[in-house]
Design a protein around this ligand. Structure first.
Ligand SMILES: [Zn+2]
Length: 267
């Protein structure tokens, strides 16, 4: 692996299960940092795929933006929708492999790639899924413990509950207006609660959100979708009306759902 990085000076390329990860601009890092970043990205894709199954795309471009000064390992990141979809990662060029691994950002962004691009009004679903899954992936791969998993979700839910008092629009309307209103906490974590509740329901049937999304990749994930079509596909795959029923409750809700720590601990 090391030789491969030495040989490919401007682009690092390697195979992780089915998807080929191509890291652009890796050559702007020191050779030590190139190894660190490549290992981190490689391992994160593997951890994500262990939970959510193989990514549908065969190539995953990663666009690196290394920073000289940063207060966290990944101060900013975003999905670049294209053919194929990729990720732009702003990184601390001096961060250690351990610091990168413990940062939630990459697991969050990779999770986004499992869903189609939804309209702005459906961003609570996209951000909710990524915010929930970042914690599931980190728990499944042993980066965080089960109590930390519960604590992190619950902390997000608390921030959303608090913001529900001041950001009072129906969830779909607030999603479309999220940046202007700075309503990320309510949008992200109410969406995460949706997927936590879906998981609680699916569990009774021996199913899981991750398992359904895994099937969704192979059968029917398009590049773009309406929220309703997406939800209907998940119900078809689960052989239930769990997602449609929850969607009807969540899409225009103005409150925060009741989910206890005890319930979260069963996930
Ligand atoms: Zn996101």
């Amino acid at each position: 692996m090391k030789f491969l990085f030495v040989l490919l000076l401007s682009i690092g390329s390697f195979n992780v299960l089915a998807v080929e990860v191509v890291i652009h601009n890796v050559s702007s890092l020191s050779s030590n940092a190139q190894n660190t970043v490549s290992t981190w990205v490689n391992q994160s894709v593997e951890k994500t795929q262990n939970t959510l199954g193989p990514l549908k795309q065969t190539t995953l471009p990663i666009y690196l933006k290394p920073q000289y000064f940063a207060f966290e390992p990944v101060p900013w990141a975003t999905v670049k929708r294209n053919n194929p979809d990729g990720l732009e990662l702003h990184i601390d060029r001096y961060a250690s492999l351990n610091a990168f691994t413990k940062d939630w950002t990459l697991y969050h962004e990779l999770s986004h790639l499992y869903l189609p691009l939804l309209p702005y009004s459906g961003f609570w679903l996209s951000e909710g899924f990524a915010s929930y899954m970042q914690n599931v992936i980190m728990r499944d791969s042993g980066i965080i413990t089960q109590p930390q998993f519960v604590q992190r979700l619950n902390a997000g839910f608390d921030r959303a509950r608090l913001q529900t008092k001041t950001k009072t629009q129906p969830l779909n309307k607030l999603s479309a207006d999220m940046w202007k209103q700075r309503a990320q906490q309510r949008v992200y974590w109410t969406g995460a609660a949706f997927f936590a509740q879906a998981d609680l329901e699916l569990q009774k049937r021996g199913l899981s959100v991750a398992g359904i999304i895994k099937q969704y990749q192979t059968c029917c994930r398009p590049a773009r979708s309406s929220a309703k079509t997406f939800i209907k596909e998940l119900d078809k795959l689960s052989g239930s009306s769990i997602f449609t029923t929850l969607y009807a409750k969540y899409n225009t809700r103005t409150d925060f759902p009741d989910i206890s720590k005890k319930q979260l601990n069963t996930l």
